[in-house]
Design a protein around this ligand. Structure first.
Ligand code: ZN
Length: 452
């Protein structure tokens, strides 16, 4: 029998029997060792009930001063409040007070209106729902905790979206130190829509980084509640942007994203993220290395192509994209050697793939020429050349929880609000307002917590 005894300065007070434990003393079976989960849950729930009852008794002894006339309040009546906690639902018996002087009613608690759960439970629910499906989160809570309320996945979804909504209303808390330079990155990805026939909603994700390595991620679903421009401004504020801060932006080269950045006050021209250029070059290299070498002329042409792709890479990296055309022309000049490949008409033939990839890169570089930088020079100066990290962020924020393999379909609003919770979990700011917990080195820890 487990008994809870109140002890204080005056010695032992009243006691309550919390739980009868019937585990056998016979340890031949390992299954008999220690408390079972069911007993632990009953124990937690029992202790919680007793603690809450004791707190309520103590609370009722208080006599608050009247906020209107500073008179002394007396207990008017009692009301029962059912509140879901992490350790079960409790009924709290709370007094209402009346001022003896002016007859004003005083609640005596500063709880939010219609308060039905503790902030800790709300936060844990939202956190779990951010990293796993609502159904799995509901199941996990039910298995692990004596949680009575909110165990249905639809309830969890409703609660989580409410947390997301509240996060959107938080104002940025500026850090004490101003940031001299901030790198902003913005990228986009897609999620599967639940509306029949609707296109996959676009999701904009990005991050802000200071030179000291501090980072905050953000994201918003297009045409949903969250205004991405306001979100970027708030994130800049949260990492210490002032009017003197040097802002550098990276994008994937989409004009829509450039416009968003400009609207958010990031006025300098955004640099095309090296990551996106490098991916295309990598693709080209793979194709070149798969070219056939079944006769000497082809072997020579392949060697020339592979070398020229390397040179192309070097040129773009060194800010000489204008000379890219030279490389592209040289590759074209030797391509005829690969004509007459057995399946040359098919798009899977290496020479056809090379041709297509080359055309695409040519168009891409022509369209992006204004946004290319001397990446090598930036790199030597210790500056960012891009944000493979943003790709990682996109994966983190969107794909792991919201992508196609999860077989989920999303409403714009639901995805947008859940994304706000995911960002807060990732930034380590869930339950603490917007950006309050921002630390210059918050990179590793939050990533581990969200690795689901
Ligand atoms: Zn009063």
């Amino acid at each position: 029998m487990l008994r809870l005894v109140k002890t204080g300065a005056e010695g032992e007070g009243p006691c309550t029997d919390v739980l009868e434990i019937n585990q056998p003393g016979d340890l031949r079976d390992i299954g008999n060792l220690g408390l079972t989960l069911a007993e632990a849950k009953r124990l937690l729930a029992g202790v919680q009930r007793e603690i809450v009852a004791a707190q309520a008794r103590e609370h009722a002894d208080r006599r608050p001063t009247c906020p209107h006339c500073s008179g002394v309040c007396r207990v008017k009546d009692y009301r029962d409040h059912a509140v879901a906690t992490l350790f079960g639902e409790v009924t709290v018996r709370l007094p209402r007070f009346r001022c003896a002087a002016c007859s004003g009613i005083e609640a005596g608690v500063g709880w939010p209106s219609h308060c039905r759960s503790t902030p800790e439970l709300d936060r844990l629910q939202a956190h779990l729902c951010a990293v796993m499906t609502y159904r799995t989160a509901a199941d996990l809570l039910k298995q692990t905790f004596p949680v009575d309320a909110g165990k249905h996945h639809a309830t969890l979804r409703r609660h989580t979206l409410k947390v997301g909504e509240a996060l959107g209303e938080c104002a940025a808390v500026r850090p004490e130190t101003a940031a001299s330079a901030i790198v902003v990155t913005l990228d986009s990805t897609f999620i599967r829509s639940c509306a029949e026939g609707e296109r996959h909603p676009e999701v904009r994700v990005g991050n802000v980084e200071t030179q000291s390595g501090g980072r905050q991620v953000f994201g918003a679903v297009a045409k949903a509640d969250t205004d991405i421009r306001a979100l970027i401004r708030r994130n800049l504020d949260a990492v210490g942007r002032t009017k003197d801060t040097a802002l550098t932006a990276f994008t994937d080269g989409c004009p829509g994203l450039r416009r968003i950045l400009a609207d958010a006050g990031v006025v300098g021209p955004p640099i095309l993220d090296w990551f996106h250029v490098a991916m295309r070059l990598q693709h080209l290299k793979q194709i070149a290395s798969a070219l056939p070498v079944d006769d000497p002329a082809r072997a020579e042409a392949k060697a020339a192509t592979v070398a020229e792709v390397e040179r192309l890479h070097w040129r773009i990296w060194n800010g000489k994209a204008r000379d890219a055309q030279v490389s592209i022309d040289r590759i074209r000049a030797v391509m005829h050697h690969f004509q007459g490949e057995p399946d040359q008409r098919r798009s899977t033939a290496p020479s056809r793939k090379l041709w297509t990839a080359l055309q695409a890169l040519d168009r891409y570089l022509a369209g992006q020429s204004a946004w290319l930088a001397d990446y090598a020079e930036r790199h030597r100066a210790g500056l960012r050349v891009g944000t493979a990290i943003t790709e990682g962020t996109a994966n983190f924020l969107v794909n792991r929880r919201m992508n196609k393999s999860q077989q989920m379909r999303w409403s714009r609003r639901g995805a947008d609000l859940l994304l706000q919770v995911r960002c807060a979990v990732h930034n380590g700011t869930l339950g603490s307002g917007f950006g309050q917990k921002f630390q210059p080195a918050n990179d590793t820890y939050p990533q581990m917590t969200i690795a689901a």
